[in-house]
Design a protein around this ligand. Structure first.
Ligand code: NAD
Length: 262
C-alpha cells in the first residue's frame, strides 16, 4: 500500500461522493488531508472528525468556493502554512447540468466551467511553486469519461472535462523535471449525489423512465455493466501517488468499465 505519511493533500469537493472517498483513501495512507466542499456544517465536522480519528495524519476542513480564485489561492496557501507544504492536489469539485444547448442557462455554463475546469488551474497555479521547491508533487485531476468522449445535453460539462484533460497534459510537460506528475482520472458512472440528481433531468430530456436511464443510458456504455466505486477511484489515486507511478504523467486514465475503449 502507498505510504503517504508526512505528506499533505488538498482534495477539492470532498464533502460528498468521489472526493470524500478519495479523501478517506488518502488519509488512510497516512497523509494530512484538507477537506473542502459545501454542505451542512455539523455533518462536515462529523465527517472530518471521523476521518481524522481513523488516520495517522491530521484532517482539516476549508470551505473555499471553487468559483472564487481568491478563496482557492487562500486554500492552498493556508494549507501550506499549516502543514509546511501541499504535496498532493486532487481537483475533484464538480457540478453537472443536463440541458439542450439552446436552453442551457448562461449562468450555469459559467459556473460549470469555473468549478469543473478553472478551479483546477487556480489550485495548480498556487501549489506548483511549493511542489517544485520540494522536488515532489502530485496533481490529480478528476476529469471524466466525458473528458474523452461526449454525450448530448451536457455541453458545459463535456467542454470543461475536455479542457481539464488538455490542462493536465500541458502542466505535466511543464513540471516533468521537477519530480511532479500531473494526471487525470476519467471515471465512468459512479452512483454519487451528482449522478443521482441528473437521472430525473435525463429522463425528462430523453423521454424515458428513471430505470431506463440507469440501464439504457448510464450503464449502456459501461461494458462491465457495473457502476465504478469511490473505493476503486481512491485506489487509482493512491497508485498515481506511489513511486511506481513516478513516470506516469500527462495521462487521462479511464476507469470506466470499457466505455471509452469502444
Ligand atoms: P458530488 O455532487 O457527490 O460531489 C461534488 C463535491 O463538489 C461536493 O463536495 C460539493 O460540495 C463540491 N462542490 C460543488 N460546488 C463547489 C464549489 N463551488 N466549491 C467547492 N466545492 C464545491 O459529485 P461526485 O459525483 O462525487 O463528483 C465529483 C467529481 O467527479 C466531479 O468533478 C465530477 O464531474 C467527477 N465525475 C463524477 C462521475 C460520477 O459518475 N459521479 C463520473 C465522472 C466524473
Amino acid at each position: 500500500m502507498t505510504d503517504l505519511s508526512g505528506k499533505t493533500a488538498v482534495v477539492t469537493g470532498s464533502t460528498s461522493g468521489i472526493g470524500l472517498g478519495l479523501a478517506k483513501g488518502i488519509a488512510a495512507a497516512g497523509a494530512n488531508v484538507v477537506l473542502n466542499g459545501f454542505g451542512d456544517q455539523d455533518d462536515i465536522e462529523t465527517t472530518r472528525k471521523d476521518i481524522d480519528d481513523r488516520s495517522q495524519g491530521t484532517v482539516l476542513y476549508n470551505g473555499a468556493d471553487m468559483t472564487k480564485p481568491g478563496e482557492i489561492e487562500a486554500l492552498i496557501a493556508g494549507s501550506a502554512d499549516r502543514f509546511g507544504a501541499v504535496d498532493i492536489v486532487v481537483n475533484n469539485a464538480g457540478i453537472q447540468l443536463v440541458s439542450p444547448v439552446e436552453d442551457f442557462p448562461k449562468d450555469r455554463w459559467d459556473m460549470i466551467i469555473d468549478i469543473n475546469m478553472n478551479s483546477a488551474f487556480h489550485t495548480a497555479r498556487a501549489a506548483v511553486p511549493g511542489m517544485k521547491a520540494k522536488g515532489w508533487g502530485r496533481v490529480i485531476n478528476i476529469a471524466s469519461a466525458h473528458g474523452l468522449v461526449a454525450s448530448p445535453f451536457k455541453s458545459a460539462y463535456v467542454t470543461a472535462k475536455h479542457g481539464v484533460v488538455g490542462m493536465t497534459k500541458t502542466i505535466a510537460l511543464e513540471v516533468a523535471e521537477d519530480g511532479i506528475t500531473c494526471n487525470a482520472i476519467c471515471p465512468g458512472y459512479v452512483l454519487t449525489p451528482l449522478v443521482e440528481k441528473q437521472i430525473p433531468d435525463t429522463a425528462q430530456a430523453r423521454g424515458m423512465t428513471e430505470e431506463e436511464v440507469k440501464r439504457d443510458v448510464l450503464l449502456a456504455a459501461q461494458w462491465t455493466k457495473k457502476f465504478v466505486t469511490v473505493e476503486q477511484l481512491a485506489g487509482t489515486a493512491l497508485f498515481l501517488c506511489s513511486d511506481a507511478a513516478e513516470n506516469i504523467t500527462g495521462v487521462a486514465l479511464p476507469v470506466d468499465g470499457g466505455w471509452t475503449a469502444a
